[in-house]
Ligand binder design. Structure first.
Ligand code: 1CP
Length: 343
């Protein structure tokens, strides 16, 4: 069993089966919380918010005060990397991210070294949060995975990714070069986060769906392997969670090949798929439907119990299959956390 102050999340990531799983939620900070909306209204814009360590630390800690969660995730965004590499990024109110034209790849590459320094504010946020957070609650750092970040850089906005997938077929060498640049800059960013207090790192491959097996191998699995290897080569030993959202049947191949400590599963993952990954020596995380969290009621309670029953025979981290929706009632989040913890 874990010692009283060892974070439960770290025990699960070390491969331990626990009496109950650690619990945290993707997008636990953010628009579902009134205190977040109030804080957000005081920031000049979303990017300035992410780069303000005082405000970002506060946003990170807000859900920790409200709910008995086992982990905090640093308040930042996956699109800070393209901006640090020199591509323009802004957020249109109510519409989501917008990016300027993709700069020439070699000018992006020239910015790799400087990009990590431009992200130092996020390290400062992590240090502030770690200093305030109780020792038994873990702090997670994160980055977007190369392909997911590339889809935004290529398309200039959130999309159905067909433009980025077509680019992968039409310009394979350019895409491979872009992914290589993102592997290098993201590895440095994650190393910086671990050195600043992140005890766990998570790679968000939010748009892994709809990829043919050979393409998935080339643009998801290989870059993830290279990234994890680079982080390890820098001497960083903290556990890493990979989240190939939408990978479907290809999740097994991901779990078998990418040397992460845990695979986060999306809402569609089957019980058997999760158990196979655990049997292969990795922890799993997930996969409550974020829509069910919004709906609440007896169906939510029942699904929470089912997930714990089907997966807590091995190392398991309770979470959603995708982030908390902004209009999720706070009482549902509180109720779900209490139920997982048996309170
Ligand atoms: O106005 C606002 O408040 C902006 C809303 C918002 C928030 C709260 C954005 C814009 N990003 C964030 C924070 C954020 N983003 C966090 C930290 C908060 C937490 O998890 O508690 C994290 C981990 C992310 C990661 C992120 N950003 C992902 C990967 C996770 C996922 O949901 O799949 C992605 C795809 C983004 C891009 C992004 N940033 C913001 C939005 C609205 C989006 C999605 C756009 C789209 O749908 O394409």
């Amino acid at each position: 069993m874990s010692s009283p102050s060892r974070p439960r999340l770290l025990a699960a990531l070390a491969g331990e089966t626990l009496d109950r799983p650690p619990v945290w939620f993707m997008r636990q900070a953010g628009r579902s919380l009134p205190e977040y909306r109030e804080l957000r209204a005081r920031a000049k814009d979303f990017i300035a918010f992410c780069h303000n360590p005082e405000m970002a630390a506060e946003a990170t800690l807000q859900p920790m005060r409200r709910f008995p969660l086992d982990a905090a995730i640093v308040f930042a965004d996956i699109l800070l990397i393209p901006r640090a590499l020199g591509q323009e990024v802004w957020f249109e109110a109510g519409e989501g991210p917008r990016l300027g034209d993709l700069p020439p790849l070699e000018s992006l590459a020239e910015q790799i070294e400087a990009s990590t320094g431009r992200l130092a504010d996020i390290g400062e946020t992590l240090a502030r949060v770690r200093a305030e957070l109780e020792p038994e609650r873990a702090l997670i750092g994160f980055a977007g995975a190369p392909w997911t970040v590339a889809t935004y850089m290529i398309e200039g906005r959130g999309s159905d990714r067909s433009g980025a997938r077509a680019f992968a077929y039409e310009n394979p060498e350019a895409l491979d070069r872009l992914l290589e640049i993102l592997v290098e800059s993201t590895a440095r960013y994650l190393v910086m986060q671990a050195r600043s207090g992140a005890q766990v790192l998570k790679l968000f491959e939010s748009w892994a769906e709809g990829l043919a097996e050979d393409v998935f191998q080339r643009i998801v699995i290989e870059p993830h392997k290279a990234l994890v290897e680079k982080v390890r080569a820098a001497g960083v030993e903290v556990p890493i969670i990979g989240f190939p959202r939408g990978a479907g049947a290809l999740v097994d191949s991901y779990a078998a090949q990418v040397p992460v400590q845990a695979v986060a599963l999306d809402t569609q993952a089957s019980a058997a798929q999760g158990r196979r990954i655990q049997a292969g020596g990795k922890a799993i995380q997930g996969a409550l439907d974020n829509l069910l969290l919004r709906v609440g009621g007896p169906a939510l309670d029942a699904r929470i119990d089912t997930l714990i029953e089907q997966w807590n025979q091995g190392p398991y981290i309770f979470n959603l299959g995708h982030g908390v929706m902004p209009d999720t009632p706070i009482e549902h989040i509180a109720r779900a956390v209490r139920r997982v913890k048996g309170l």
